[in-house]
Ligand binder design. Structure first.
Ligand code: ATP
Ligand code: MG
Length: 574
């Protein structure tokens, strides 16, 4: 492609609204333009990258035995009412009506549509397992669309759905998808990690997320340095910390005055005790009713874990509001003598002689012990793990925390949708059986941003070969000079003839601008035609990723570049 014929509207200034590198660079390199909050147009260069991701995803899905379909973006409300999600999905679901006042939504995901298709078309166990996928535009009315296309409202997703007769078959398809995902992200040139993920209310079932590790990631990932344990913070568990010393003798229960000490840090500071000896009490609402959650003073609540354990929607009110709901004093709430149902974090089970609120304004209790001063409550893991916590899988390691961008998600759904929507097939005994489902998503457009997060420097993008919009860029320094123009054009034509994807910068711009923008666009290999090298009969070849520039005799240009691309690239050219 010739630069003068395409649309690559680069920006010199850094756009104010862009907070992360990928967003800044996607705007500056002219890959996308925003139309509205979380809604973007893909320009020619960006679209080429998006298509590369799609193609890799498509090839690997096909290789793993999935079949491509294309479902409608607009979905009738009736299907969502059948699954129960019309009422539960909330405001992320974009709803609207047609001219007959019938309710519709713009699909944020396609479990309902695929389940409806399969219940109509599949009758026999002989047709299972089946795995159907699409690459399609989704709309989710995200509360905070941000970071450009990383968290858009309209975005491109690959979603696959498998239908399996039994658990063993589902396990197998799940593993095939898991492996295909690894293959996809490797081909995209991404550093990634597959981690255990929360399965929400479906519980028990298995789920893994694939994360691209990057400082700008919105998710926290816990992993062990010694073994392969890895989990999203939402789900990560730790063995009980080693820093608890078992209580050998019980201190007497004592009321102590703590005037004006409202937070657990203030109380610990005032009483001159470590936070690890304190217990903090939180009042939350589950299904509209108040509950008390207990955590060690230095730990933080994991809302997802607590939400999965309590019935109904979990609401965490402001401290003042919570105190009012429970009719207890702010800053001095505690479990002793409280009538609220209590859920305590497992880390508290072995604790003794701890300190907690006395349910009396400005007072706390010290020397509190289970069994003597209050009944043992229900214990469960409801806290966030922290760096340094012991690994739950191996005995040797401790957990470290990294930031990740979720680019893929595989999930064993079980019979949630097939049951609710009445999918049945006849098994080999001629009896009706409800198949199990798995769903497998990839954020196709998000991968583009994630790849840039991992591959850039101060000057611009450094595309991994597998995703680069073009493999090679020719910088024709002076398009008005006949000799260099002819050499550049011939090189361009011959490389295209060999199947190379080439961008020829034939603009009438200063060389300085061309070099700068070549760095910004990040095309892996750059060839300069012009300047001092040209006078010496050579082309200057340089990789965007760094390293020495090579002088290549003009006559050997094509062969050298083909060799470079074959050696340096991870695919293409064959
Ligand atoms: P997140 O936690 O980031 O909101 P999710 O759990 O809602 O993601 P899924 O429903 O599993 O996402 O969707 C499958 C994939 O689609 C995700 O792994 C992610 O890569 C991508 N994705 C989800 N929401 C968005 C979005 N708003 N913009 C771009 N990609 C998205
Ligand atoms: Mg989401």
């Amino acid at each position: 492609m010739r630069f003068t014929k395409t649309l690559i509207p680069t920006l010199k200034e850094t756009p104010q609204e862009a907070k992360v590198a990928s967003h800044r660079l996607m705007l500056r390199a002219g890959l996308v333009r925003q139309l509205g909050a979380g809604i973007y147009t893909w320009l020619p260069l960006g679209l080429r990258v998006l298509r590369k991701v799609e193609q890799i995803v498509r090839e690997e899905m096909d290789a793993a035995g999935a079949m491509e379909v294309l479902m409608p973006a607009v979905q009738p409300a009736e299907l969502w009412k059948e699954s129960g999600r019309w009422d539960h999905y909330g405001k992320e679901l974009l709803r609207f009506q047609d001219r007959h006042d019938r309710d519709f939504c713009f699909g944020p995901t396609h479990e309902e549509v695929i389940t409806d298709l399969v219940r109509r078309e599949i009758r026999s166990y002989k047709e299972l397992p089946i795995n159907l996928y699409q690459i399609q535009t989704k709309f989710r009315d995200e509360i905070r669309p941000r970071f450009g296309i990383m968290r858009g409202r309209e975005f491109l997703m690959k979603d696959a759905y498998s239908f399996n007769l039994d658990q063993e078959s589902l396990d197998q398809t799940y593993q095939e998808m898991y492996d295909a995902y690894g293959q996809i992200f490797r081909r995209c040139g991404l550093g990634f990690r597959a981690v255990e993920a929360d399965t929400g209310t479906i519980g028990g079932a298995s789920s893994h997320e694939f994360h691209v590790l990057a400082d700008s990631g919105e998710d926290l990932i816990a992993s062990c340095a010694e073994c392969d344990y890895g989990a999203n913070l939402e789900k990560a568990t730790a063995r009980a910390s080693a820093d608890i010393t078992p209580t050998t003798s019980r201190e007497p229960l004592t009321r102590v005055e703590t005037p004006g000490q409202k937070t657990i840090d203030q109380v610990a500071g005032f009483l001159k005790v470590p936070l690890t000896q304190t217990v903090k009490s939180l009042v939350v609402l589950a299904d509209g009713k108040p509950h008390m959650l207990l955590l060690r003073g230095d730990h933080t609540l994991n809302e997802i874990k607590a939400g999965n354990l309590l019935t109904g929607e979990l609401i965490i009110p402001e401290p003042a509001k919570a105190a009012q709901l429970a009719d207890l004093p702010v800053g001095s709430m505690g479990p002793v003598g409280s009538a609220l149902p209590i859920l305590a974090d497992s880390a508290l089970e072995e604790m003794g002689n701890f300190i907690c609120g006395a349910n009396d304004d400005g007072w706390h209790l010290t020397g509190v012990n289970w069994g003597r001063d209050l009944e043992k409550p229900r214990f469960a893991d409801i806290r966030n793990v922290e760096a340094g916590d012991p690994c739950p899988k191996c005995s040797a390691g401790s957990l470290k925390m990294d930031r990740g961008i979720e680019v893929g998600h595989v999930f064993k759904l079980g019979d949630k949708y097939s049951q609710a929507m009445g999918v049945v097939v006849l098994n080999d005994q001629g009896r009706e059986q409800t198949p199990l489902m798995g769903c497998y998503g990839i954020g196709v457009s998000r991968i583009v941003a994630a790849a840039i997060e991992q591959n850039h420097d101060d000057n611009g993008i450094i595309w991994p070969m597998g995703l680069a919009p073009y493999q090679l860029q020719i910088l024709l320094l002076n398009p008005k000079q006949t000799e260099t123009r002819e050499v550049a054009l011939e090189l361009y034509q011959r490389l295209i003839g060999h199947g190379v994807e080439v961008l020829l910068d034939d603009r009438d711009e200063r060389p300085g601008i061309k070099f700068k923008e070549a760095d910004l666009l990040g095309i892996p290999l750059r060839v300069v035609v012009g300047g001092r090298s040209f006078k010496q009969g050579a082309l200057e070849v340089q990789a965007r990723a760094g390293g020495e520039a090579q002088q290549v005799p003009i006559l050997e240009g094509v062969q050298t570049l083909l060799r470079e691309l074959q050696g340096g690239g991870d695919d293409q050219l064959g």
